[in-house]
Write a protein that binds this ligand. Structure first.
Ligand code: FAD
Ligand code: UDP
Length: 367
């Protein structure tokens, strides 16, 4: 008998397991995949830690969370500064004075601000009701057309007019020459990869891989007093209120034998609509690698269908309403804790998942 059956060996499940173990509880952690770590899983290929499910950069403003992850790994000084490739033109991201200078020749912040204000006025935007309007009101139409519209519409498979404004607010807009993609105080990549960090979190749990909860739910439920569920919430309730929509991705990873430096940066975004992938990741640059070869991954977005991996929740009005119905059902399921990106249908970053898991732990143990 276990105290907890944890469905999903991703970050949420692993933090919960670690904290429960620390409080003397026994955990059985299962995952349908053949590895631990969920989407932060990294694998050593040619001595390079490959982010198998897309670029993962740890960043947070919360000192407690930064200290927390340091129990499990040391972090390097990597600062994410992706560049955008629009039909061969290169721009710095996030949107900052380097971007404005390249695009308009703006030299001072006031020149750039004036340009944006003029474009916003010409587009006649007063309140931003969707991603397109939000983007134009933040950075003007030129940047929207070259660096946002194409990328966003292929990433989400929808018109930017049908997407929530908050998605674009993830990106800073700065009137300084600063290419740091994040505003957070702390940032880095765990030295040795994310999988090692998860291994440490799960060291005192029993882990069963290649185990799909729904294929043997009855038997698995009997093994523990309580369940922590981090899979898709609509699947848990057998889609009784309809399916939630997700965005899926396909990753095409290649070892390049003949070059040690393919693109000179860890992340290059392809922001035109025609290129089918959104970004190319060159993994060695996350850890300043000096290997003779390099490994790159192209990231192709696609609509989620049963059998695909659900990577991103699509938090538009319709989906959020359906989610609320599932949340009501979840609140009635007293022996089950729902957590993480899929079970709470939230576009969470890693630090937010850790924060949510620690809050859940405090509540569960009455602290
Ligand atoms: P997951 O990692 O999805 O783990 C859930 C686990 O549950 C999975 O392993 C799954 O196989 C398992 N599971 C599901 N259903 C079942 C079932 N029926 N039976 C058994 N097992 C099941 N965050 C950042 O902070 N910085 C970044 O740079 C960043 N980049 C990202 C890039 C991409 C492409 C994506 C998709 C996400 C990114 N994130 C980033 C977010 C980060 O991946 C998540 O916040 C984090 O991994 C979520 O952890 P989780 O445990 O909630 O979910
Ligand atoms: N985005 C964009 N152009 C870019 C990068 C991002 O338009 O070059 C938009 C796009 O809508 C994307 C959102 O900003 O979904 C958030 O970007 P982020 O890099 O945070 O996405 P993630 O890493 O979570 O996929």
């Amino acid at each position: 008998m276990y105290d907890y059956l944890i469905v999903g060996a991703g970050l949420f499940g692993s933090v919960f397991a670690y904290e429960a173990n620390k409080r003397g509880k026994q955990c059985l952690v299962i995952d349908k995949r053949n590895h631990i770590g969920g989407n932060i899983y990294t694998e050593d290929i040619e001595g390079i830690n490959v982010h198998k499910y897309g670029a993962h950069i740890f960043h947070t403003n919360n000192k407690q969370i930064w200290d927390y992850v340091h129990q499990f790994a040391d972090f390097n000084r990597y600062t994410n500064s992706p560049v955008a490739n629009y039909k061969g033109e290169i721009y710095n991201l996030p949107f900052n004075m380097n971007t404005f200078h390249k695009l308009w020749g703006s030299v001072t912040p006031n020149e750039a601000k004036q340009k944006i204000a003029d474009q916003k006025k010409a587009a006649n935007i007063t309140t931003a009701r969707n991603l397109e309007e939000q983007a134009i009101s933040l950075v003007g139409t030129d940047i929207y057309e070259k660096l946002i519209k194409g990328y966003t519409e292929k990433q989400w498979g929808r018109s930017a007019k049908d997407l929530p404004a908050f998605i674009i607010k993830r990106l800073p807009v700065r009137f300084t020459y600063d290419n740091n993609y994040f505003n957070d105080r702390y940032q880095g990549i765990p030295i040795g990869g994310y999988t090692k960090l998860i291994e440490k979190m799960l060291a005192s749990s029993t882990v069963r891989l290649n185990t799909d909860y729904f294929e043997e739910k009855e038997a698995l439920d009997k093994l523990a007093n309580r369940v922590v569920y981090t899979g898709m919430i609509d699947q848990y309730f057998d889609y009784c209120h309809g399916t939630l929509e997700y965005r899926s991705l396909t990753f095409d990873t290649k070892v390049l034998e003949e070059t040690d430096n393919f693109q000179g940066n860890a992340v290059v975004n392809y922001t035109d609509r025609e290129t089918a992938y959104t970004r190319i990741i060159e993994h060695k640059h996350f850890e300043f690698g000096t290997q003779k070869k390099t490994v790159i991954t192209k990231e192709y977005p696609s609509e989620w269908k049963p059998g695909n991996e659900p990577y991103y929740p699509i938090n538009d009005t319709r989906n959020n309403e359906v989610y609320k119905k599932y949340q009501t059902l979840a609140n009635q399921e007293k022996h089950v804790i729902f957590g993480g990106r899929l079970a709470t249908y939230k576009y969470y970053d890693m630090h937010q998942v850790i924060g949510a898991a620690l809050t859940t732990v405090a509540k569960e143990f009455g602290e």
